[in-house]
Write a protein that binds this ligand. Sequence first.
Ligand code: FAQ
Length: 311
Amino acid sequence: ESGEFLAAFQKRIDAEEKIEPNDPMPEGYRKTLVRQIGQHAHSEIVGMLPEGNWITRAPTLRRKAALLAKVQDEGGHGLYLYAAAETLGVTREQMTEELLSGKAKYSSIFNYPTPTWADIGTIGWLVDGAAIMNQIALCRCSYGPYARAMIRICKEESFHQRQGYEIVMTLAKGSPEQKELAQDSLNRWWWPSLMMFGPSDRDSVHSEQSMAWKIKRFSNDELRDKFINATVPQAEYLGLKVPDPDLKWNEEKGGYDHGEIDWDEFWRVVKGHGKMNRDRIAARKKAWDDGAWVREAALAHAEKRRNRQDA
Ligand code: FAQ
């Protein structure tokens, strides 16, 4: 790639032009997007599992209908995202193989278990809340198909966040046992939710280039701080305690200071050693294997139609 080509491309980015599938682009730009969009798609699909766990046990019909709809939305988000990645010349099969072999990552957050009903509320509140904070910025991503997919996804995530917050609110205002369930769930999900934003800026290998290409609009730490500032008052409103003894309002910067994140835990989970990593991949592998006959039948049908047309 010539310096001239790279400079012309950067000029388009700097002018806030959207890059579209057939436009010339540097190989690194294409690769970064395939990696990020693919991992994002995998996160949506793997993210169906912790909540899917509660569909049959939701406490009321209303809760069950909302949860079912939410999990279905996540399947839809995965599909838009796989389709956006496919515009960059990678296939769904390739991406799935990379997920199952462990080459492609998915969000660390989905490797934590959901032992109580309160976890369904907390996931909506914190995990969807964090997802929105990250994805609102991605609506302005320089790659057109990804940015456009994000607009619809964010609208749906905002419903997800509200249904989660409402579950936690019901528990937090309920009996002492219910409040305890909500607090215990917040205790377990707070730190993993902060880890969703990725490593600290000093350890984020991709941030600098991704920000120059306007794939990312904010750094990992910037988005994490925005999330903390938005979420702490919500916990206060619920009468729940954020499990960080070092959390303190900093008047000067107009935001919270927070305690140190356990980065050893983060990397352990990212590298496949979280509580649920093996179960999650085993579930996805089973779904892929069980669906093989559908893919084969669809191909055979397409082949038959082609032969009929040729005849
Ligand atoms: N988990 O250099 P950076 C959802 C990896 S929301 C696992 O900072 P980058 C909705 C990273 O890939 C969740 N791995 O990387 C939902 C890289 O490894 P690589 C999904 C992580 O890309 C809600 C390495 O560490 N959202 O699903 C994590 O510039 C409820 C170095 O990191 C997205 O994917 C992590 N937390 O920034 C569904 C958003 N963090 O690829 C169901 C789009 C970092 O070199 C229920 N993605 N890594 O092998 C992004 O915005 C970015 O990719 C970041 C990471 C910010 C996640």
